[in-house]
Design a protein around this ligand. Structure first.
Ligand SMILES: [Zn+2]
Length: 111
């Protein structure tokens, strides 16, 4: 198998890896429980009876950090989207390297 067809296969594999990703987000997801402050509430004495969990998503919007309160369902989507974003960064770096080699190989094969 030639270098260029090997590269084409690797690039095609990268493209397939991108396909199943629906959302891709930056940021961090936090899960918290809290005390309501009422002395007669179970949460005042029992750590397992704290209210929540509450889901907060912190991400950078231009030059500031924005916090969003999410539902449990949204938190699941964001958790997956953050993993997708990390995978995308790795795939893009790999795609960059493979593309560079493929493009430079084009000139060598034509000369
Ligand atoms: Zn409480």
């Amino acid at each position: 198998m030639s270098l260029s067809s090997e590269l084409q296969l690797r690039i095609a594999a990268l493209q397939r890896a991108l396909e199943p990703m629906d959302y891709a987000c930056s940021g961090s997801l936090f899960t918290r429980t809290r005390l309501c402050g009422k002395s007669n509430c179970h949460c005042a004495t029992d750590p397992d009876a704290r209210h929540g969990p509450y889901f907060t998503w912190a991400h950078r919007d231009r030059d500031r950090i924005v916090h969003h309160i999410l539902t449990r369902e949204q938190a699941q989507v964001v958790r997956r989207a953050i993993l997708h974003q990390r995978t995308l960064r790795k795939l893009l770096a790999q795609w960059d390297r493979e593309s560079t080699v493929a493009i430079l190989a084009m000139r060598e094969s034509n000369s």
